[in-house]
Design a protein around this ligand. Structure first.
Ligand code: PAF
Length: 282
């Protein structure tokens, strides 16, 4: 496994491989890797000859009161984990590589970024679209892998790729969960033991939504109220949203006549957690 920090070096290596007919799979991350990230690298390895992972905590996607400074930075163990799943290249750029002096160009996020995370975390998706497009330009991969836990992020990146004709395939991969249902997240490590138990409210609320649908409930507002009740009982400390939305546009749904996804964002202690589930409506 080669670990590189210079954009020129990684580009040269991947460009060479691509010219020799190799398919390259890219897994962008901010490090603090868990099994969810590793499943993306495994998927890249299954589908491509070369898997490249990036590790960069991107300052421009954090708001002024968010956790950029305390975001976990665990490069040594990240590299061990990446080597264990057969990652071929790791790109670990510095802030100056990604945002050189005078950097002032940003990507305006697509419409699907307007609500939910986009509303609650102003500027977040502008930072995400900018860094991801930069990574796509620096690393000439054919496929990029993202976890569905960040459902809106995948929708935003897919729309950007479509709208700006970026020659890469965006592959969204299933959320990896702990045995009790908690979605894996780098931020789970902030949770105390009791908060960890309360955080299960997200999974229980999503499961409640699905079981109501299985029992024939079709009222979106009743299902959303039930999700909120489950979260309040957990209890989580605050609920940013618990909603049922269109899987493509992320607009609030008023019925379940076509595919829908349940999305949740809450705070447990000081930790903000998000999760979602595609609803199965017979
Ligand atoms: O999902 C993440 O870890 C980040 O938002 C990403 C896509 C690596 C961009 O910094």
């Amino acid at each position: 496994m080669k670990v590189l920090s210079s954009p020129e070096d990684i580009y040269a290596q991947l460009d060479f491989a691509r010219r020799h007919g190799k398919r390259i799979g890219l897994v962008p991350t901010m490090g603090a890797l868990h099994d969810g990230h590793l499943s993306l690298v495994r998927e890249a390895k299954r589908e491509c000859e070369i898997a490249v992972t990036t590790v960069f905590v991107n300052p421009s996607q954090f708001g002024p009161n968010e956790d950029f400074a305390k975001y976990p930075r665990t490069l040594d163990s990240d590299l061990e984990k990446l080597a264990s799943v057969g990652c071929d290249f790791v790109f670990v750029p510095s802030k100056d590589h990604m945002y050189p002096l005078g950097h002032s160009t940003f990507v305006e996020p697509p419409a699907v970024a307007a609500n939910w995370e986009g509303k609650i975390r102003p500027g977040h998706f502008r930072g995400v679209t900018t860094i991801v497009l930069k990574l796509f330009n620096m690393l000439p991969a054919q496929v990029a892998y993202f976890g569905r836990k960040d459902y809106q992020q995948v929708a935003v990146i897919s729309a950007m790729v479509r709208d700006l004709n970026v020659p890469i395939l965006v592959q969204s991969c299933e959320t990896i969960r702990e045995p009790d249902g908690l979605a894996m997240s780098s931020r789970n490590r902030y949770l105390s033991a009791t908060e960890r138990v309360r955080a299960l409210g997200l999974w229980h609320a999503l499961s409640q939504a699905q079981s109501m649908i299985d029992d024939g409930q079709r009222s979106v507002s009743r299902i959303e109220s039930a999700m909120n009740e489950v979260l309040e009982k957990a209890p989580v400390d605050s609920i940013d949203y618990a909603a049922i939305v269109d899987p493509d546009t992320m607009e609030q749904r008023s019925d379940l006549d076509s595919p829908a996804v349940a999305i949740i964002a809450v705070r447990v202690g000081t930790t903000r957690l998000i999760d979602n589930s595609l609803l199965q409506v017979q």
